[in-house]
Design a protein around this ligand. Structure first.
Ligand code: GSH
Length: 217
């Protein structure tokens, strides 16, 4: 397998964690997200990922986009260890938590959205920061409520094993931290994040450890 990845991308981090949890070997292809330029808008990359985003996973002849379907694909092809619970209601709960992060929260803070706020709407940095703060806190507060509902206690979002929900929580936590958003009023989120980071699949794949991070070059 090949993974098109960028160290600072929360989405690529999700894919890296999922591959690491399932102990799947892959070849990383490092691309760069940079305003107004970069590999993602090159015609060759657009053929692989028409949205011009990372990650893209290549498995033989299959080109996979979007981290939720990528995680579902890995889950179906490599069922163990499972990233989803065995029961339908549990799977729905885990997917809901993952979607709060991936669909409701992450897109509002992507480079393309921030570029639009900045360049097209001309919003000041202070307003952009308020935007990031508002949407991230809203997403994490919803997650905090779900984690506090007492349905499936444990070290992770749904019991004691990491699931897709933990992957999405940890990756978005990284993004939120990068933008200095205060999540101190979300104790369950912080607790689960700390538990995730005790696992090598989460800590070894962290943006700070990536070979394409300039700090590691
Ligand atoms: N929903 C997509 C999101 C992909 C995405 O937005 N990736 C970001 C990096 S975290 C990106 O490539 N951004 C480039 C841009 O916004 O121009 C997924 O889960 O794969």
């Amino acid at each position: 397998m090949k993974l098109y990845t960028f160290f600072q991308s929360g989405s690529a981090y999700r894919a890296r964690i999922a591959l690491a949890l399932k102990a799947i070997d892959y070849e990383p292809v490092y691309v760069v997200i940079k305003r107004g330029e970069g590999d993602l808008h090159e015609p060759e990359y657009l053929k692989l990922n028409p949205s011009a985003v990372v990650p893209t996973l290549i498995d033989g002849d299959h080109v996979l986009n979007q981290t939720i379907p990528i995680m579902e694909y890995l889950e179906e092809k490599h069922p163990s260890p499972a990233l989803l619970p065995k029961d339908a209601a549990g799977r729905a709960r885990v997917r809901a938590m993952a979607q709060i992060m991936v669909s409701d929260t992450h897109p509002l803070g992507t480079a393309r959205v921030i570029d639009y706020l900045d360049e097209t709407l001309g919003l000041e940095k202070e307003i952009q920061d308020a935007w990031m703060d508002f949407w991230n806190r809203r997403g994490f507060r919803a997650l905090e409520k779900m984690l506090s509902d007492g349905t499936t206690p444990g070290q992770h979002c749904h019991g004691n094993e990491p699931t897709m929900a933990d992957i999405c929580l940890a990756a978005q936590f990284f993004v939120t931290h990068k933008f200095n958003v205060d999540l101190s009023d979300c104790p369950q989120v912080n607790r689960v994040y700390e538990n995730c980071m005790k696992l090598p699949a989460f800590s070894d794949t962290h943006p700070s450890k990536q070979p394409d991070n300039p700090a590691n070059k």
